[in-house]
Design a protein around this ligand. Structure first.
Ligand code: MN
Length: 196
């Protein structure tokens, strides 16, 4: 599971400001973390990443997470990312893989709802995971359900569970665009240039 080969193969890390994943830091605390990064690449999308066994297991969610349990959001599994990329905010050069501006849209600890933290990898392998996210914008249970694959691209759905964090009237993806790390918008991160 902890395999960053695809991540490194796709990137020229001498040219991209993204972390290499080389500094093997211990996890930041007892609870595993999640992060949702907004990524203004060839198409604007949100990357949901969950810390699992020392890497960030990742999905690209074109429309971002919903707080409405009636909404099903497509989530495309992407390559695992290094843990230190959870803090990454900045601009990847246009001619590099994933070129475009990234901001830390939400983050916090998460909890596996159907077992221990050591059972998350097995739940992902089985194609059905339920987690509680404790972020600034996104809270409560979310289900991730694998629905199929196109070649080696797994297709999943991200669905809000009906709990205290559910609210069909909220739309944080559009009403709360600022980074939880720096307070900046995508345009401001793009203008500032380097990661700060
Ligand atoms: Mn992305």
């Amino acid at each position: 599971m902890a395999d960053l080969d695809r991540y490194r193969r796709r990137r020229d890390l001498d040219r991209s400001p993204e972390p290499s994943g080389d500094d093997d830091r211990p996890p930041p605390g007892d609870d595993p973390i999640f992060v949702i990064q907004q990524h203004d690449a060839s198409t604007l999308h949100f990357d949901l990443r969950l810390e699992v066994d020392g890497v960030l297991v990742s999905w690209a969610v074109p429309k971002g997470p919903s707080t409405d349990p009636a909404e099903r959001r497509l989530a495309l599994r992407t390559e695992d990312h290094p843990l230190d990329s959870a803090d990454f905010e900045g601009t990847i050069p246009a001619d590099e893989y994933g070129g475009g501006t990234v901001l830390v849209w939400d983050r916090g600890p998460y909890r596996h709802l159907k077992g221990g933290a050591d059972e998350v990898a097995a739940a992902i392998a089985a194609g059905h995971l339920e987690v509680a996210l404790d972020g600034s914008k996104i809270t409560g249970g979310y289900a991730l359900i694998r629905t199929g694959s196109d070649g080696d691209q797994e297709r999943w759905l991200l669905v809000k569970m009906d709990d205290d964090g559910a609210d069909a009237r909220r739309n944080p993806v559009s009403t709360e665009p600022e980074s939880v790390r720096s307070g900046r918008t995508l345009d401001e991160v793009a203008e500032d240039g380097d990661d700060q």
